[in-house]
Design a protein around this ligand. Sequence first.
Ligand code: DQA
Length: 143
Amino acid sequence: MKILCLNGPNLNRLGKREPEIYGYETLEHIEAQLQHVAKQFDSTVSMKQSNTEGQLIDWIYEAEDQGIDAIIFNPGAYTHTSIALRDCIAGIETPVVEVHISNVHKREAFRHHSYLAPVCVGQITGLGTFGYEAALRMFLQSN
Ligand code: DQA
């Protein structure tokens, strides 16, 4: 399988940013872990991050057009604001799992609502960075 792991705004600062909430692991650590797991299934993962909503939308369409099999997506704060990303995901066939490192339901009320979860396969929240691996294993094992 070919999997895209997409990360939204501020996740480029993972490891430095509010470590009491998000921990000390960086996107590079997560990528290495995902590559390690994917290899065991003869699969590949590509990792992308952008702080820009339109760039994320363009990459999702590009993934669909290039025949990527599944998308693991941490949309960051766009989860709670972006109708544009919701419309994008609603309009593609590539399955998307929404991942959050922190448990958004334990945090501020504005994080409790996701515009994206209803158009995703599911939402993983609060499992720390393992949430990415959980999403990956779900896709790889259901293939
Ligand atoms: C996050 C949760 C969001 O509410 C927040 O805006 C983030 C990170 C998480 O991974 O826990 O940027 O998506």
